[in-house]
Design a binder for this molecule. Sequence first.
Ligand code: XMP
Length: 322
Amino acid sequence: SWDSSSQIENAVKSIRETVDKEGKDTKVICALSGGVDSCVAAVLAQKAVGDRLLCLFINNGLLRKNEYNEVLDRFKKDLNLNVKGVDASELFLGRLAGVQDPEQKRKIIGNTFIDVFEAETKEIPNAKFLVQGTLYPDVIESISLHGTSVTIKTHHNVGGLPEKMKFKLIEPLRELFKDEVRRLGAEMGIPQDMLARHPFPGPGLGIRVLGEVTKERLNILREADAIFIEELKKQNHYHSTWQAFVVLLPVNSVGVMGDGRTYESVAAIRCVSATDGMTADWTKLPYDFLAHVSSRIINEVKGINRVVYDISTKPPATIEWE
Ligand code: XMP
């Protein structure tokens, strides 16, 4: 539309002017999360400064099934972004070993992200700017939560880099809501399925494997989550929901499989409707759909013998469990 294209033109012009003021060889960095916001921000910056934009996509070992390779590939092939993949899974998982507390996990993941990011960017000559996909609701939520010094969860995403970092920030989406960002992305030719991706938290599956995060439990969760998402897409529920995912609970329950007793993990399914994530309602998915997902997960994923559906609204619950 005219509206989106003039918004794009303005954003691109403003980024280019800001960057060029520091010299024609000035570089811009962007940490891609795999989500919509950083992706749209990066494509805007790429339009403004071309290959002077250097993107990083860091694998924290907490991404979904096949996500790292698939998303990295699409950044390169579909969006032509100048992107470097950094596989830091072992570092993240090593630091998370033995840790159960949600806030501690969030802090470790956030700090490790900063360490990896700093190590990767400190040698890049003339890197002076950082592009971030901060949205309007991010700005508001951090004011209302942190401004009154009530921190509910330590939010971290690519917007959570410390101020002491030498970079100047470029935040082209700061005044926009998610639907507007998706519209801009579409106007710039980003494929629909990339724009339609559900929000995914910076700490990733690290806060969806409740309690201690191990490779084994991450893999169990990945399999279950992939089944749920596959079914949502197949039955046309994916696009009508804000977020949908599986949570692996640190609880075992007794079951029966064949003539044997099982004692395995419980998985919770979470599916919510929302417009900005600040409030949310659980989605009234059809019973037969839930039944199908439950039986597929229990039959196909070794390590899960029971599935429950989360019927809590936000508030007073939150969307994520940790
Ligand atoms: P909650 O669980 O607080 O989540 O209701 C609200 C929305 O934010 C996402 N979320 C995060 N996003 N870094 C992020 O980038 C985080 O640390 C984080 N924690 C939660 C969550 O998935 C939901 O969309």
